[in-house]
Ligand binder design. Structure first.
Ligand code: LR7
Ligand code: MN
Length: 572
């Protein structure tokens, strides 16, 4: 066993933690306004910024055969642990530049084989499963804007190495106007010897949505499979996806997305039973949820395809004919964001079904920030989201619009998308919510809402529910009447919440903000007629501390510090 070398780790230090990774990813900043300083990015608009890189020559020790050296860095999905202090100043510079440019550890990736091995992460039942003998073939479309060489090609090789050859009609690389030199002639030369791989190039920066449309326009496979440009497909990933489409063309399928860690390229996977489904919040952000009970009941085994209200967006397969029938994507959407919810709503509302297939696993590098340049001065995600809300969400769009006081700004023309909805005779968003995502929290159904003011002192329950305040105690703060961090809703099932953040009390310690789980338990509260806020499990009541700064959880009693004013829906 050669894994004892200091550069590698044996086991999984974050075993079962992939949910947290995902959560962190949801919270990452994707606004132009908040883009990190000093990131060298180019969208073709500014020639001075163009960095001329050397086409990376594969390092001599990187095996290029399909039988890699089992002792090479990262094999079997292991982490590549690099001690930065041990690097020469020169190498350290490379290391930092790699991170800066990609928001993942390019230096580590460059050390790994383009064919690195991964464990067979499938559950045994999946390995034994017999798929239909005649599966449709697929075009794999991979769009990229300035992707690192080793990461992009590892994506390509993982498709070629781990899919039955007859099912891969072609791989289409769509270059969304990258300016890195390695994606030009060196990439063309490299893929020429791979056969099935071709490249199409956008003539200007189109963003991932129109780039995907460009890829689809030249695809010839029966199915189109989209992948991000920093993925690794595992053994047997493709057959279970195509099998579900073979059963019904209107089935759209996503693999389980495993986490490839941005810091060290460790491949973290979850079992079928640990799979999550896709949802969204009223900021129209995609998020993950546990499989709801009603869906578990519907599934015959834990390995059946799981119905999912939404998809993450980057990794899925769809019949090419059905994709066209459904109206592909909204070409008015720029750069990034919104297209995943738009397509998800459209699939369900217009007669299709969206599944996550637990037997199919593909790894994706989850990053903490977006490394490339966005459109200056435009909130692209907001614009894209308004386009989808206008067309698909009916009156529910107002829950989103309330967040910016209905100041929509210029979101372009959506007439043709509205016509599409009419032509396809799609169902209402209300139908979607009630039938496909019944667990979604509807702000209009809150039993109480607004600030929660203590009766002894004008102090209010206060907390942000962004990623920084998650898993931290709820605070007390002077009431400010502005809503914001003091705006709370009482859900029908007893949660005190905003977005995906819920008051959570374990029976000891403090009341914390925690991701809502909809299972009552530690998140089950009762707002009593007399003004007590009682935690049902522990039968304790929230009490303002003597100094007015914090919340105590005390036996319920006749104390004014335990009484809270909160506006109920019925006005009482
Ligand atoms: O202008 C661009 N042009 C591009 O070609 C911007 C991006 N891209 C490419 C980029 O190189 C990458 O291959 O588009 C792909 C997606 O961009 P990422 O990797 O920066 O995005 P992401 O992984 O953070 O974003 C997720 O949400 C997006 C919403 O628009 C897309 O749907 C992404 O495909 C999607 N990724 C996934 O679903 C993987 C799992 C992540 C989760 C949850
Ligand atoms: Mn991605």
């Amino acid at each position: 066993d050669q894994w004892g070398e200091q550069n590698f780790v044996h086991d999984n230090p974050h075993g079962g933690d992939e949910g947290d990774n995902r959560h962190e990813n949801e919270q990452k900043v994707y606004n132009e306004e908040q883009a990190p300083d000093g990131v060298v990015n180019n969208d073709g608009g500014d020639a001075k910024q163009v960095q001329h890189e050397q086409a990376p020559k594969p390092r001599p020790h990187i095996p290029t055969s399909t039988t890699p050296n089992p002792n090479a860095p990262g094999e079997m999905g292991k982490a590549v642990i690099i001690k930065k202090e041990d690097l020469s100043p020169e190498e350290r510079k490379k290391y930092d530049a790699g991170f800066q440019k990609n928001a993942f550890n390019q230096y580590a990736s460059d050390m790994m084989s383009l064919h690195r091995s991964l464990p067979d992460v499938r559950d045994k039942e999946c390995r034994d499963f017999k798929y239909a003998s005649h599966l449709p073939d697929t075009s794999v479309v991979i769009c990229f804007h300035n992707e690192a060489w080793s990461v992009l090609l590892r994506t390509v090789h993982s498709v070629l190495d781990r899919s039955p050859a007859h099912l891969i009609k072609e791989i289409i690389l769509v270059d969304d106007f990258s300016d890195m030199d390695h994606v030009k002639k060196p990439l063309e030369d490299y893929i020429a010897k791979l056969g099935k791989v071709r490249i199409v190039r956008a003539k200007k920066r189109e963003g991932l949505i129109r780039s995907r449309l460009l890829g689809a326009s030249v695809a010839t496979g029966q199915v189109i499979t989209y992948l991000d440009s920093h993925c690794e497909c595992t053994e047997g990933w493709l057959e279970p996806l195509l099998d579900v489409i073979a059963k019904n063309k209107s089935n759209v399928v996503c693999p389980v997305i495993d986490v490839i860690e941005d810091e060290n390229f460790k491949y973290d996977f979850s079992s079928a039973r640990g799979t999550s489904i896709g949802g969204f919040d009223w900021n129209l952000q995609f998020n993950w949820h546990p499989i709801p009970d009603h869906e578990r009941k519907r599934m015959k085994t834990p390995f059946d395809p799981i119905r999912s209200p939404t998809m993450a967006g980057g990794l899925f397969s769809i019949s090419r004919e059905y994709f066209e029938f459904l109206g592909t994507y909204d070409p008015g959407m720029d750069i990034w964001g919104g297209e995943n919810l738009e397509l998800s709503f459209r699939i369900w509302m217009c007669g299709g079904t969206l599944y996550i297939v637990p037997c199919s696993h593909v790894g994706h590098i989850f990053r903490k920030r977006s490394p490339y340049k966005w459109k200056p001065g435009v909130n692209v995600v907001k614009k894209n989201s308004i386009r989808l809300a206008e067309v698909w969400m009916d009156d529910y769009k107002n829950y989103y619009y309330e967040r910016f006081n209905h100041v929509l700004g210029d979101y372009g023309d959506v007439t043709s998308r509205k016509e599409l909805r009419k032509r396809l005779q799609c169902k209402s968003f209300d139908w979607y919510v009630k039938n496909i995502f019944p667990d979604l929290f509807i702000p209009g159904e809150a039993v109480a809402s607004g600030e929660i003011r203590n009766q002894a002192q004008s102090q209010c329950l206060d907390s942000s529910v962004d990623h920084n305040a998650m898993n931290k105690p709820v605070k007390m703060w002077p009431c400010h009447n502005q809503g914001g961090n003091q705006y709370w809703m009482l859900s029908k099932n007893g949660e005190i919440r905003r977005d995906e953040g819920c008051f959570d009390f374990t029976g000891q310690g403090q009341v914390q903000m925690y991701t809502c789980h909809g299972q009552k338990g530690n998140q089950f509260w009762e707002y009593r007629a007399d003004g007590h806020l009682m935690h049902v499990n522990s039968q304790r009541c929230m009490e303002l501390s003597g100094d007015g700064q914090s919340i105590l959880m005390e036996p319920c009693g006749n104390k004014i510090r335990q009484l809270w004013l909160w506006k109920r829906k019925d006005g009482s």
